[in-house]
Write a protein that binds this ligand. Structure first.
Ligand SMILES: [Zn+2]
Length: 91
């Protein structure tokens, strides 16, 4: 799915559904029983594009560098804030 892979960063959080649905993991393309603990992966934290994924698949994608987190691709944000705060303090 291109809309899932077309993202600069991903929000990842653990998930375990109460409803017995079966999802398809975007990494291995195999079925994923929602009642088992797994991960929710949202491209740029977009809930509409988020997918349920196997924990092992998420770990593997992270290891391979295919699943960057926001902090890893946008390190300028906290630095910019610190710079602005330092400037404001000087006045
Ligand atoms: Zn998988």
């Amino acid at each position: 799915m291109s809309s899932f892979s077309d993202a600069r960063w991903y929000a990842i959080r653990p998930a375990a559904n109460r409803k017995p649905a079966t999802y398809r993991c975007p990494f291995c393309d195999k079925p994923l029983p929602a009642l088992r603990p797994h991960m929710l992966v949202a491209p740029e934290n977009d809930a509409a594009r988020r997918r349920h994924a196997h924990t092992a698949c998420v770990m593997e994608a992270r290891r391979a560098g295919r699943l960057p987190l926001r902090d890893e691709v946008e390190p300028a944000r906290p630095r910019l804030l610190a710079w602005l705060r330092a400037r404001l303090r000087r006045r």
